[in-house]
Structure formats: C-alpha cells, structure tokens
Design a protein around this ligand. Structure first.
Ligand SMILES: C[S@@+](CC[C@H](N)C(=O)[O-])C[C@H]1O[C@@H](n2cnc3c(N)ncnc32)[C@H](O)[C@@H]1O
Ligand code: SF4
Length: 375
C-alpha cells in the first residue's frame, strides 16, 4: 500500500491555534500552481516506478491549509497527474480536507464529481463563543448544516473537533460529544487542543486575555472515549474514531509505516530506494517552493538510519490499536526495549498480543510519556 499527499498551503484566514504551514490566500494563478504539482508528482513517481513491486496507490489525500479552496478543475488536473505518473487502485480513497466556509450544496456536488470520495470537514467546535476564540469564521449551526448536507452527497464524511479549549468544562465538552455522536458521520477526529508557540492563542494566553486550557486532561480524554464509543465509533488511533469499515486508509498508511509520496510546500514523503528508506521534505515558503520546482525540483533526500526507523515505527505504531510489531526491532535494541516493555506490562500500560505491543486504555491516556520512555 502506498499513498500520495497533496499539500495546499492556502487558507481564507488564520485560526488562532493553528501552527500548520498555511498562509492567507491572495490572487493566485491556479493553473501555474497545478502545473507545479504535476512536475513534482512526475519526479516523485521515479521512486514509485523504480521499486516496481506491483505497487498501487490506495489513497490520495488533499490536506492543508484549505484544499477545499481549490477550484474543482484544478483538483481534476492534479488527480489526472496522479493517474498519469502512478498506478492507482480501482478503489482508491480520495480525501479532501474542507473548511465549512468554503462549502455549499453546489460545491459539494462538484467536489463529488471530481472523484473525491471522502470529505474531512474542520468543524472544531459547536459552541459559538469557542469558535470565535479559535478564530473560526463559521458559526456552530453553519458547521452542523454542512455536515448534514455533505453526508447527503458523500457516503464517507469525517469531521474534526478540538477539546480542552480554554474555559471549556468537562460537562460542556460532554454535551458537545452527545451532539457529535448524533451526526451522520462515519468518522471523527477528536483532537486535544495543543497551544502551539507563536500562535495568536499562545499570545492571548500569555497576556491573560484567555485562560490556560485545563492541565488535568485525563478526564477530558476518558469522557471522549466513553461517549464516542457508546455511539458506535471504534477508537483506532489516539484521536481517530470510525464506524465499521470507515477507518481512514490514508492515515493508516502513515501509521503502518508504508511508503508515501508528496507534493506541495512543507509536505514530506517517505520513499524507498535500493532497499533504503528516505525522507524528502519540500520547502515551506511558497515562493521558494515555486522556484525550487522551476529549477528542476531536486529532492533533498535524507536516509533514515535503523534507529530513526525504529523510533518512527514506535511513535506511529503505538498511537494505534494495532500497536508495534516487536519482531521488527533490530537485535541490538532488543534487550533494552524488552526490559522497558516488561515495566509497561507490569503497570498495565501495555500488552503483548501475537508479537505486537499494544497500549491499554490506561496506556493510551499516557501515550506521550510512554513514547518518550521507549524512544
Ligand atoms: C490542517 S487542519 C485542516 C482542516 C481545515 N483547514 C480546517 O481547519 O477547516 C487539520 C486539523 O488539525 C486540527 N488542529 C490544527 N491545529 C491544532 C491544534 N493546535 N490543536 C489541536 N488540533 C489542531 C484541527 O482539528 C484541524 O481541523
Ligand atoms: S485550522 Fe485549517 S483553516 Fe485554520 S488556519 Fe489552520 S489550516 Fe487554515
């Protein structure tokens, strides 16, 4: 399984908490941008073809930024480039991240006509005061209406929400979870707020304009799992919950440590060449990225060492209910890791199931600390 990630770095406005590489969109020459994506995909596909393992692309993900700002004909052209340079599975999952402000019924129908078959909508909150604090430009009812309209058009709709927002109580979040549970969604991503340095939210907290989020997050996490699993969603990753057969194939490919190709400012890829694994990062700055493409897009490939790979597999694997295959741990690290695994098991934080190290519910709550301990 391999996948392709397309990063569209533009948004209509900047949310107060967001540290993703995104900039506010001004007049853009869309055709020129689409041509650049095509060039990068063409060059990236050399790795795909050189591996010739009868591999196929099983997922394509338009992330951002706000890729729902892309005109539909541009999405089609990028998908055409994917099909031209890669071999695409007949049942490929094609996801687009969308901001409710960019959607309406007509737009949703046109998006469906491009071949997109999974929509991931950023709703973030259903409390208007919190939405304002987050710098969102849509209201709670606009967000909820968009989920319903999208679900009439797409079978596979996911929505993102954030919890432990400054001032939010457990009970307020519990009430939001009940509403979220009643929505016609197949998948939800429920993220604990991270106050990122350099964001407007972090400045507002420093100046005491808004309070710090609750430091004792365990109750938030426990309540989240409780309400959402009662609504029929399975937690398959620390922040991701799906109805049966609706796990995000694209995210799974990252967590399974499969190969992925990428195009767009700030995107990164993981590719194999001559049995070695490389990471390829593309420059963030949009002007530099355009110049880099025009000068032949020479990839800056960094080989991953055994320890890099182990650390990444550990970080990715332990986030999921599938865990980490411990037979993949190179011999020289076996003893150290095994001793630590024993400690985790004794403390009921992890269990070994058919060679896979899987965190318990208790372990999931302490994921970051466990990863730090092992990695
Ligand atoms: C890159 S955004 C794309 C979604 C789309 N641009 C939107 O906001 O409508 C992906 C998701 O990451 C989550 N996210 C971004 N920054 C976060 C933060 N600081 N803490 C927690 N979640 C965050 C949000 O839920 C967001 O929907
Ligand atoms: S959260 Fe989404 S819409 Fe808001 S700035 Fe970040 S990428 Fe853009």
């Amino acid at each position: 399984m391999s996948s392709i990630y397309i990063h569209w770095p533009f948004c209509n406005s900047k949310c107060t908490y967001c540290n993703f590489y995104s900039i506010v969109q001004e007049n853009l020459d869309y055709n020129a941008w689409v041509e650049r994506y095509s060039k990068v995909l063409s060059k990236m596909s050399l790795f795909f073809r050189s591996n010739s393992k009868n591999e196929v692309i099983t997922s394509i993900f338009f992330g951002g930024g706000t890729p729902s700002l892309l005109p539909e004909n541009c999405i089609c052209k990028i998908l055409d480039s994917c099909a031209k340079y890669f071999v695409i599975d007949d049942h490929v999952e094609i996801t687009l991240e969308a901001n409710p402000c960019t959607l309406n019924k007509h737009k949703l129908q046109s998006l469906k006509n491009t071949g997109i078959n999974r929509l991931s909508i950023g709703i973030q909150s259903i409390n208007d005061v919190n939405l304002k604090m987050l710098g969102r430009k849509h209201s709670s009812s606009e967000g909820l209406d968009m989920v319903t309209t999208a679900s009439d058009i797409f079978d596979n709709v996911s929505a993102d929400f954030i919890y432990n927002i400054p001032g939010q109580s457990i009970n307020e979040w519990g009430d939001e979870l009940k509403v979220i549970s009643s929505l016609p969604l197949k998948h939800v991503s429920l993220y604990e707020l991270i106050v990122e340095d350099g964001t407007k939210m972090s400045q507002d907290i420093q100046c005491n304009k808004i309070p710090m989020p609750d430091q004792d997050n365990i109750e938030f996490i426990t309540r989240t799992y409780e309400v959402i699993s009662n609504a029929g969603f399975t937690r398959y990753e620390i922040s991701n919950f799906a109805k049966q057969n609706y796990m995000c194939r694209h995210s799974l490919s990252y967590w399974n440590y499969d190969e992925y190709y990428a195009a767009g400012p700030s995107s990164h890829a993981r590719v194999m060449q001559d049995n070695k694994k490389y990471t390829i990062e593309q420059v963030c700055d949009t002007n530099k990225w355009l110049k880099w493409v025009d000068s032949g897009c020479n990839f800056n490939m960094v080989e991953l060492t055994d320890i890099d790979i182990l650390r990444e597999k550990l970080i990715m694997g332990l986030r999921t209910i599938f865990g980490l295959d411990i037979t993949e741990i190179p011999n020289q690290y076996n003893q150290t890791i095994c001793d630590k695994i024993n400690v985790l098991q004794k403390n009921n934080l992890a269990k070994l199931q058919k060679n896979r190290l899987i965190l318990t519910d208790e372990g999931f709550i302490r994921l970051n600390k466990i990863v730090e301990y092992l990695a």
